[in-house]
Design a protein around this ligand. Structure first.
Ligand code: ATP
Ligand code: MG
Length: 281
């Protein structure tokens, strides 16, 4: 694909990209809108990307059609799958000119397509990302069950704004006192977004890199669960070197070592995500 030919408009009608194989809940005729889920944090390096790519991969392995979107100029999502982004690829910024199917890297894992960050790694343009995520809801309808969005650490009111154009937010927080202290900021942005009328709801706080051998962390986890109760996802992600090995070998840990403790936890998070979208009995 030559992304230099910007004079050619390739924007297609919504849902023109027909996926190769459908997931169990996929009813193309109903053309249900995908669930757009943002992985967000206030602090950097807390495991957002690891969580977004592994949950997305688990959902794909479970038979759901998933689009994974990178909105972080670092572009680490593509790197986690060992993909090369084509020169001039505009990423999410190309949605005004290109058909979604021309922008995605198909099948980076089973049932999982990737919309990478722009190849030139330009500074984030929040207004364009906002418009792109809004547009994705329409374009992905009928092709995807989930749109999983990885983001950079939230600066200013980034999360507050993006809450207007996603359905759910997973707030990722490392099991460390410093990371815990930043929680008020991001939860405040979510609250402000809701009072602005944003549709996004908190899917849950995901605690990551919990060291099972560290008594202080066990105490901190218990404290966080007591204080935040229902807002917490019931599963935490343990500290696990296999996550880093996955990054080294260009494969999410859930594919590289499905029986690793972190993989089992990510599989459970994906089940939680699916269950949270089912109508109440
Ligand atoms: N459960 C885990 N066990 C061990 N290492 C982990 C785990 N989760 C993530 N890591 C490692 O921690 C580092 C930060 O993770 P990651 O890149 O996912 O964080 P991030 O929140 O996306 O960072 P950024 O804010 O820079 O985007 C990476 O080296 C990653 O491999
Ligand atoms: Mg990241």
């Amino acid at each position: 694909m030559d992304y230099g030919q910007r004079t050619i408009s390739r924007v297609g009608a919504p849902g023109t990209h027909t996926p190769a194989n459908g997931g169990p809940m996929t009813d193309r005729s109903a053309a249900r809108a995908p669930r757009k889920i943002l992985f967000a944090s206030q602090k950097g390096g807390v495991g957002k990307t690891a969580s977004a790519i592994n949950v997305a991969t688990c959902l794909g392995l479970g038979g759901y059609r998933v689009l994974l979107v990178d909105t972080d100029p670092i572009g680490s999502v593509g790197a986690c799958f060992g993909t090369t982004v084509a020169p001039g690829h505009p990423g999410i910024y190309g949605l005004e000119q290109w058909d979604l199917a021309d922008l995605t890297i198909p099948e980076v894992a089973l049932n999982l397509d990737l919309l990478p960050y722009a190849e030139d790694r330009r500074a984030i343009d929040l207004n364009s990302v906002y418009r792109g995520l809004d547009e994705l809801g329409r374009r992905a309808t009928g092709s995807y069950d989930f749109v999983i969005v990885d983001s950079r650490p939230s600066v200013a009111d980034m999360t507050r704004r993006l809450c207007q154009v996603v359905d759910e937010v997973v707030v990722v927080v490392q099991c460390q006192p410093m990371a815990y202290r930043t929680l008020g900021g991001i939860l405040g942005q979510l609250r402000d977004a809701r009072s602005d009328g944003a549709p996004a709801r908190l899917l849950g706080l995901l605690l990551t890199m919990v060291d099972p051998n560290d008594a202080k962390q066990a105490q901190l986890e218990a404290h966080i669960r007591r204080s935040l109760g229902q807002a917490m996802m019931p599963i935490s992600i343990p500290m696990d070197d296999a996550v880093k090995e996955g990054v080294m070998t260009d494969r999410p840990v859930v594919i590289m070592r499905p029986d690793a403790p972190s993989s089992i936890a990510y599989q459970e998070v994906a089940q939680f995500v699916v269950a949270a979208g089912q109508p109440a009995a």
